[in-house]
Design a protein around this ligand. Structure first.
Ligand code: PLP
Length: 461
């Protein structure tokens, strides 16, 4: 490695991240704005860290992509040292270039992405996975063991619900579902076996919000004796908001999980997941990933590093502007019964949204997801929604019928029968997830065109 190589390491990443998140530099004199920490996060997401401890790419405008399943070790001693240092916190803060051994253990392109994800979320460390579900499984597996319990908000992404109810119980990890907007419901679900409080906010797909700081307070107030509160951890799925719109670690979460497949990847070309949090989870996450094997490929890591993360802020700013226009249009439309978008004044949790969902510059950032329900009795509304979406599937140019979200293309889907089909019907009804509910993920098209396509399709129902 060249002499230019400087270690940044997780500790430095944290310092960098927290400085950036609080914009301490705003009063600095112009001529002093050369220290890396004085630049704003949006700029960092594009220029990255050219002194990554994972690779010296000082002379590249774009970081290189690596493709090597195994690495030359040089000597048995160095190989042995590599195994000693793998997933060791000490080696990590020492900061020299890691001794790479085998892709499944650690890999430089992925390592660079992880540094960037950590400071985008204001966390000390990030570990990436092959998909969002692999990241969620890892976060829950390293924090639980047979006999422990999870308390989860009752409405969740369908596969997360299936993981909690179909798979984890086989390993003796059980989940109690509660309404995490309701103190009594939440506290009633806590027991001395509770280890993890898990939720999404905004909730997929209804966009209900959970007050992260308030749930943290309830966790801290939990009755000693009844609840082992020193061992209670909060894990937040921040996929819907993205770190641009919300940073749960700063509000009291212990770990954040992401599907990188969505807004962070942004272009719909790659799948990925990440767990972000304090340094103490770095080693267990790496060990878990090594043995369960769900690593992110270096090629996917590279796309997210080079295209996704650097454009996140710009995409979110534009997408949420359009989302606001679309939500306002839907709200005024006579065929629409209800519109859920945190940016609308009429959104029931609008005040919480304003407090909790803010950009790196502290501006209100309600995101790019909209959920709405058509008018009519249940059966009529469902049929209308099907006609509406089939019409879009066949005729609309700017809106596409597809699952997934957070892409540059506007996507529409029906959570009840698609992404959330794993939830039992009674549960869906009780949670405000209606058969005719429609989820929109707003992309980067001209918002006039999106509204036009929606308007024409609404005339058909
Ligand atoms: C898509 C999604 C996931 C799962 O991510 P994958 O990358 O598809 O595995 C988890 N949580 C939420 C909120 C999602 O939208």
């Amino acid at each position: 490695m060249s002499g230019k190589f400087h270690s940044i390491g997780p500790k430095a990443t944290r310092a960098l991240g927290s400085d950036l998140l609080t914009n301490k530099d705003s009063n600095m004199k112009k001529e002093h704005r050369t220290a890396k920490a004085s630049y704003r996060l949006r700029t960092h997401l594009i220029h990255g860290n050219h002194e990554s401890k994972h690779w010296d790419f000082d002379h590249h405008l774009v970081p290189p992509i690596s493709a090597s399943a195994a690495y030359r070790l040089g000597s048995v001693h160095r190989g042995a040292q590599g195994f000693v240092e793998f997933a060791s916190d000490e080696a990590d803060v020492k900061g020299h270039v890691p001794i790479y051994i085998y892709d499944r253990l650690d890999e430089p392109t992925r390592g660079m992405l992880e540094e960037h994800l950590a400071y985008a979320e204001g966390g000390e460390t990030a570990v990436t996975f092959a998909t969002g579900m692999a990241a969620i499984s890892a976060a829950l597996a390293i924090t639980n063991k047979a006999g422990t319990e999870i308390v989860a908000h009752h409405t969740l992404y369908g596969c997360t619900y299936s993981l909690l109810t179909n798979w984890l119980p086989r390993f003796g990890i059980t989940t109690r579902f509660a309404d995490l907007r309701d103190e009594r419901s939440f506290k009633a679900a806590l027991t001395n076996r509770t280890r993890v409080v898990y939720f999404e906010t905004p909730v997929n797909p209804t966009l209900d919000l959970i007050d992260i700081a308030l749930v943290r307070r309830w966790m801290d107030e939990a009755k000693p004796g009844k609840v082992d509160k020193d061992r209670l951890l909060m894990i937040v799925d921040n996929t819907f908001a993205t770190p641009y719109c919300q940073r749960p670690l700063a509000l009291g979460a212990d770990l954040v999980v992401h599907s990188l497949t969505k807004d962070i990847g942004g272009f719909g070309t790659d799948m990925g997941g990440a767990v972000i949090g304090p340094l103490k989870y770095h080693a267990p996450l790496l060990m878990y990933r090594k043995d369960f094997g769900g690593v992110l490929s270096s090629k996917s890591a590279w796309s997210i590093l080079v295209y996704g993360l650097p454009t996140l802020a710009t995409r979110m700013v534009n997408q949420q502007k359009s989302a606001t226009r679309v939500a306002q249009f839907l709200e005024r439309h006579p065929g629409v019964a209800s519109v859920h978008y945190p940016g609308l004044e009429t959104f029931p949790q609008h005040q919480l949204a304003r407090r909790q969902m803010t950009s790196y510059d502290g501006k209100f950032a309600p995101g790019s997801m909209v959920y709405f329900v058509l008018k009519g009795e249940e059966k009529a509304a469902t049929e209308a929604a099907d006609r509406f979406m089939d019409y879009i599937a066949n005729h609309a140019y700017s809106v596409t019928l597809a699952v997934s979200l957070g892409q540059i293309r506007t996507l529409i889907e029906e959570p009840y029968s698609m992404t959330h089909s794993a939830l039992p019907a009674e549960l869906k009804h009780a949670r405000g997830l209606e058969p005719g509910g429609i989820r929109l993920s707003i992309g980067l098209e001209d918002w006039h065109d999106i509204i036009n396509d929606l308007e024409i399709a609404l005339e058909q129902v």
